[in-house]
Design a protein around this ligand. Sequence first.
Ligand code: GDP
Ligand code: MG
Length: 188
Amino acid sequence: MRKFNVVVLGAGGVGKSALTVRYIRDVFIDYYDPTIEEEYRRTVKLDGELSTLEILDTAGAEQFTSLNEVYIKAGLGFVLVFRRVNELPSPTWSYFVPSLTQEASLKEVDHLRQQIYRIKGGDTDIPIVVVGTKLDLVNEREVQKGKIQDLANRWEHPFYETSAKRNWHVSDVFEDLLRQMRKRYPHD
Ligand code: GDP
Ligand code: MG
């Protein structure tokens, strides 16, 4: 059975862990611990074929770190996560992420995407899925879906809007990525 390394990247608090844990364990984590970094594993049958996804849920991807570089080198597929909404900071939140806006989280995705291309030697044919999280939350300041869709189209990667809380479109993300990885890295 083939094994594919997946790396989940994005700014702190965007919902990387909630998305990953929803996919792996089908539960929603309601608390926020931005320091948790863990590797999860799930075997899936997709299109009649079994594969194992090894999913690394990263922490603290705000800046370029050498650790990030190591992860990107080892990764075959990437989930780039941003937050669809601005949220009123709770005391715990503002402690960890004082001023991260929705737009900053989107910029971080753009930055990560370019980092990935660079680390992969300029190759842009990389399995990537862009994810806007917290679809269940409504906020008048959220960036228009059209604008996000335009960006995602320009990046030429599939784009999903998810809710880890409600379990909306979470498996779509990982299944899309698995199909891309199988195609990009076929059996030899
Ligand atoms: P990470 O730093 O990117 O791993 O962010 P987390 O996954 O820890 O999520 C940060 C906070 O947002 C936590 O309090 C989560 O419960 C919350 N959160 C994550 N995903 C969702 C979602 O889909 N809907 C809602 N309402 N909250 C979410
Ligand atoms: Mg996390």
